[in-house]
Design a protein around this ligand. Sequence first.
Ligand SMILES: Cc1cc2nc3c(=O)[nH]c(=O)nc-3n(C[C@H](O)[C@H](O)[C@H](O)COP(=O)(O)OP(=O)(O)OC[C@H]3O[C@@H](n4cnc5c(N)ncnc54)[C@H](O)[C@@H]3O)c2cc1C
Length: 494
Amino acid sequence: MESPVIIVGAGPTGLMLAGELGLAGADVLVLEKLAEPSGESRGLGFGPRTMEVFAQRGILEDFGEFARSSAGHFGGIPLDFAVFDGAHFSVNGVPQSRTEAVLGRWLDRLGVEVRRGVEVTGIDADADGVDVHVTAPGGPATLRASYVVGCDGGRSTVRALAGFRFEGSAPTLEMYLADVEGVEVKPRLIGEHTSGGMAMAGPIGAGVTRVISCELGNEPGERTAPLAYAEVAAAWKRLTGEDIADGRPLWVSSFTDAARQATEYRRGRVFLAGDAAHICLPAGGQGMNTGVQDAANLGWKLAAQVAGWAPEGLLDTYHAERHPVGARLLRNTRAQGMLTLGGEAARPLRDVLAELMVYDEVARHLAGMVSGLDIRYEMGPGDHPLLGRRMPHIDVVVAGTKTTTGELLRSGRGLLLDLSGNPELRTAASGWGDRVDVVTAALADPETDSSAYADALLIRPDGHVAWTASGGAGENPDGGPGEALTRWFGRPRT
Ligand SMILES: Cc1cc2nc3c(=O)[nH]c(=O)nc-3n(C[C@H](O)[C@H](O)[C@H](O)COP(=O)(O)OP(=O)(O)OC[C@H]3O[C@@H](n4cnc5c(N)ncnc54)[C@H](O)[C@@H]3O)c2cc1C
């Protein structure tokens, strides 16, 4: 066995997943076909939930200075993520290449190997493991793994080789992107609608502007040559009347509105995550965010499986929890596509939605959808509002020291957070001491509405609340954490 888990692809999803497995002590290997990182950045930031996921692993600091904003949008209509509790800011101005570099350094610290220049070309799964055929600098080779995860992007080889179905809608529109310097372009951060379509532009640092043209009727066709900057400049001129042809392009690319999702996220020993599992229009910066959260969901479960303590069915909860999230991503990006790419015909729809956005419930619903802050997984009995949702990162005091609930998750283990100083909880959880930390804490800010939190909460390694004690805003019928501990962390040690 080369490694119990082989991850194909060192994009943000694969790197995050590898970190989660490495943190849990699992033997994991990442295979990446590119000999060096491309340096390209489709994404230029990440959303509030990704920020929390990075914070709860202690890697947010590695990004250095960055701009934070609670502003988002739905189909170009502004919305505010601050309607949610806790840290709820998006990060702007961080190119995806920097995110990948930060994740790469995290893997170095964890001792996880990313083997570059290795392209996966074949997969043979049997009852005991998976043969992974590769082409590598030294020639073709076959590696053996217990589990394989395809994090190899929208054109996933793993997806095709393992027979996953990838269903959805074909592209109807091709959009152009260029990072250009040496030319002044008026900013249009959430897009400007023109009679010909939509134009977006914004500075991305050091005199460079990103321009994106979405021209109505520009149907995708077979390309015989790579997209040229002259084509981007011509589309820009048609849309805006501005001439940017003299600019110096640093990167030119195109993308479409294709929306597809794998019908299964797991086939036996092979899993899909990130763009390999779902592709959609990049509306509201959700693609990488969803991939990072796929990884946070799958990582601890796969690590539990290879460590031997995973309860029956734990691995299947990955599809059960994340497939609906992917389906919702496709739905909301399709809807945003209709708003942003619908030209003049969609203006009444945009106007009506903008009117609705002043209602708190509407704004909260859409902010939750785009940010991923409202995701709720099925956790069984209990009606506490936090059950199944992500634990907000709030300030708490532990043994006289101020910290946050996010920092308490840095070990990547489960967390039984005791907010009422109840010694019985420690006793009840003692059989899971090797998998779950029991921490007695108090809310740090006396102004915090303690009724929003239960007397105790069981938080999974991905930050989602799996059980709440009675007290606070809801009741839990079972009275103790034992059932939830067994469901998520397996049998207790005796
Ligand atoms: C214009 C644009 C703007 C975007 N902006 C944002 C944004 O602001 N925020 C956001 O969250 N998302 C954004 N996205 C989406 C985001 O870029 C993707 O969702 C994200 O890159 C997906 O990450 P991934 O790791 O799943 O796949 P990828 O980033 O595609 O990584 C896949 C990796 O697998 C490797 N690979 C492929 N095949 C093989 C093989 N056979 N063997 C070995 N390695 C292989 C590839 O080389 C690559 O390194 C944007 C997308 C576009 C097009």
